[in-house]
Design a protein around this ligand. Structure first.
Ligand code: C5P
Length: 280
């Protein structure tokens, strides 16, 4: 089973104070983009897990945890070979780990022919963005990420994404947001937005002030990027990936060609799915 899992960007991310569960309820407009990891899952004589890309193949990897969760649920003795071709930048706010988990859930539930709804039921415990990554496209994400409302939107733009040469840990950024007493992030609007997004009046990210405080060099990096791209930037998730809207793929590709010193860059268009089965 070969399954692609797509990255996401948060078009808007509004955060509320931590609740009794220790999580911050949020309201976020999320969009899948065509930057993907590819997961290959096969029945094998013994368990094996390999990754090519910027990550060690460890048992706490979300792709492996996802297939394990399905295997436990199905109470099967099958052994698996799992290979992950990692392309999405890690610890960047792009939901790469969640995309891998969603791809793992889809691959394993298909291989084991589990009852309908198994992947959806197992998704929230793997991570906040996993339920969205199973569905993909454009959606409002609320609560801890488990409440999803898909938005019938036909995106009319391309995005360029640039990831600065450092990582940010989601938990650290949320902790810092608490210490700063819950700041709100700047909002962009009007003609800075592609027409399909102009009806949304809260396009911005509340985690930006906290991310800038945790990593002061992010500010300089964003200033330089905003100047090169000549438009406002958005932070995706808890960062540090930044993105901006462009009229089409060609413009977005010229934009990423102008970036210097990034850990990773990507240009392309939004996609309507979170995972795609590319081979049985
Ligand atoms: O669920 P996920 O693995 O993305 O979250 C990583 C960490 O980020 C959590 O352990 C929690 O500390 C923090 N977080 C939060 N509120 C959210 C999402 C994440 O406090 N809504």
């Amino acid at each position: 089973m070969i399954v692609d899992g797509f990255a996401k960007v948060n078009l808007s991310l509004r955060v509320r104070p931590r609740d009794d569960s220790g999580y911050h309820p949020l309201r976020s407009l999320v969009q899948s983009v065509g930057w993907s990891d590819r997961l290959t899952l096969l029945v094998a004589a013994d368990d094996a897990f390999t990754i090519d890309g910027d990550l060690p193949a460890e048992e706490d990897n979300l792709a492996w945890r996802a297939v394990e969760a399905v295997r436990t649920e199905a109470a099967t003795r099958s052994r698996w070979s799992l290979h992950l071709h990692k392309r999405i930048a890690v610890a960047a706010g792009l939901g790469g780990g969640s995309a891998d988990a969603a791809a793992g859930l889809v691959a394993a539930t298909r291989l084991l022919r589990t009852p309908a709804g198994t992947a959806e039921r197992l998704a929230p415990a793997l991570g906040s963005d996993v339920p969205f990554c199973l569905v993909g496209g454009t959606a409002w994400m609320e609560g801890r990420g488990e409440i999803l409302t898909t938005v019938p939107l036909r995106p009319d733009y391309a995005v360029a994404i640039a990831v600065p040469p450092f990582e940010l840990a989601t938990a650290a950024v949320y902790r810092h947001w608490d210490e700063m007493e819950g700041p709100t992030g700047p909002v962009i609007g009007g003609r800075s937005l592609p027409p399909s997004l102009r009806g949304f009046d809260d396009v911005g990210n509340d985690l930006l002030p906290a991310a800038l405080d945790v990593r002061p060099d992010l500010g300089d990096w964003m200033d330089d990027l905003a100047e090169r791209w000549d438009r406002p930037l958005l932070l995706s998730g808890s960062g540090p990936a930044c993105f901006a809207f462009f009229a089409d793929e060609e413009e977005a590709e010229s934009a990423v060609a102008a970036v210097q010193g990034a850990r990773a860059v990507w240009a392309g268009v939004p996609v309507a799915v979170g995972v795609r089965v590319v081979g049985e």
